[in-house]
Design a protein around this ligand. Structure first.
Ligand SMILES: [Zn+2]
Length: 108
């Protein structure tokens, strides 16, 4: 279901963006609505999947509480204990990072 309403289609073809308008209007695309009609549906879908994860509040490795939010690409901070650490671009701990941790523990 990629169909846009008639009004939206008119806006899209005129190249207008939806920024500043209520985001409740992006029916199917969610947070990818900020891209307007650009980049194609498949890419926008994929992006929404990742964006949802990166916006989540993650568990802190330092205090164990759920307070970790993304500050910038690869930089994560805990709002509960103030810890700041490097992680994945879109997730605080990526699968390769976990594998690396295991290796480090094994060696040391
Ligand atoms: Zn913490």
């Amino acid at each position: 279901m990629i169909l846009l309403g008639r009004a939206e289609r008119r806006l899209s073809s005129s190249g207008r963006r939806y920024r500043g308008e209520a985001m409740g209007r992006t029916k199917k695309v969610g947070s990818a609505g900020k891209f307007g009609p650009r980049y194609g549906m498949r890419l926008r879908r994929k992006w929404v999947e990742i964006d949802r994860k990166q916006r989540q509040v993650h568990q802190c490795m330092v205090c164990g509480k759920k307070g970790v939010k993304r500050i910038a690409s690869g930089i994560w901070g805990c709002r509960k204990c103030g810890a700041k650490f490097a992680g994945g671009a879109y997730l605080p701990r990526t699968a390769p990072a976990l594998a690396a941790d295991r290796t480090v523990r094994k060696v040391s």
